[in-house]
Design a protein around this ligand. Structure first.
Ligand code: FMN
Length: 279
């Protein structure tokens, strides 16, 4: 788990952030947790983000480090008024980010939340136009969502998607997901927004670099997860690209960790090996 998660507390998050920023990469920090069913838990998550943001400022790290937020961790999945509470909570985090001079990206969760999350994004962008969106190439709707969000100033992270989704809404075949990713990349790179290319897939990264060749390097960025292909992350950054690392921290690592194991057999092998060598 330590390979993919910076640590349980805010101090380890700050330590990992300083280390990643130290060699020219950027950071987006995620306080682990999702699917909160208690309002008090949602509030605790907001507090964790506020603490994190003030620590980032205290350590002078806000220039290179932003935060990623899962709306289901701040109220979206509450049975009563979930959407309203998530919006209010996300607004508090955005306001705090604005004060310290950094940005927020709304992670995207399973397809039942897509409309709600994009709705909250729209509302937040009225006051905080820099709030980032995430779109998942495995969803059939995403190419159209890319068109809708490819406007000036619009930060959009494109990823393949990490949840188990039904065939009615999502491509099931890996190759179809890749083709969709490329179509979405084209829309975003030809548009006026700020594409954030979140993938570890060498072919997709090469295609993204190619599609971005007419753009200046400060109008888009690459993103990868903490602990996955770190040498490649450094290489991409050393070539003068913006390369942002998604750094999760906190003790609720189960859901995050299981998605990482599910998507790459190599991650399972790594995990088993580290278990064996530790005992
Ligand atoms: N998957 C999601 O479903 N929602 C997200 O918000 C999300 N954020 C991600 C952020 C970053 C920086 C990266 C690299 C991936 C993210 N993912 C997210 C996971 C991807 O959808 C995907 O499962 C993972 O990157 C493996 O695919 P790859 O071969 O393209 O790397």
């Amino acid at each position: 788990v330590e390979r993919f998660v910076a640590g349980a507390d805010v101090s380890s998050a700050i330590r990992a952030t300083a280390e990643v920023l130290g060699d020219g990469r950027l950071v987006t920090l995620d306080h682990l947790g999702e699917d909160t069913f208690e309002e008090s838990q949602a509030n605790a998550t907001v507090e964790a983000y506020l603490t994190l943001l003030s620590r980032l400022e205290a350590f002078g790290l806000t220039e290179g480090a932003e935060v990623s937020v899962k709306l289901s961790a701040v109220g979206q999945s509450l049975a009563i008024d979930g959407e309203k509470i998530a919006l209010e909570n996300a607004r508090r985090i955005c306001a705090a980010a604005a004060v310290v001079g950094t940005t927020v990206t709304l992670d995207m969760e399973d397809h039942t939340t897509t409309d709600s999350t994009l709705g909250i994004l729209r509302e937040l962008r009225v006051d905080f136009p820099w709030v980032g969106a995430v779109l998942q190439a495995y969803l059939k709707r995403t190419e159209q969502d890319c068109r809708d969000l490819a406007y000036s100033g619009s930060r959009v992270r494109l990823c393949k998607g990490a949840y188990q989704e039904p065939a009615s809404v999502a491509y099931q075949d890996k190759h179809d997901v890749d083709l969709s990713y490329v179509r979405c990349l084209k829309v975003l790179m030809e548009g006026q927004g700020y594409p954030m290319v979140a993938s570890h897939d060498p072919r997709l990264i090469a295609i993204a670099a190619d599609l971005a060749s007419a753009r200046s390097k400060d109008t888009y960025e690459f993103q990868m997860l903490y602990g996955i292909r770190p040498e490649e992350q450094r290489r991409i950054a050393a070539e003068g690209n913006r390369m942002r690392v998604y750094v999760p921290y906190g003790d609720e690592w189960y859901g995050y960790f299981m998605r990482r194991l599910a998507e790459r057999p190599a991650n399972v092998a790594f995990f088993v090996r580290s278990l064996l060598t530790k005992s």
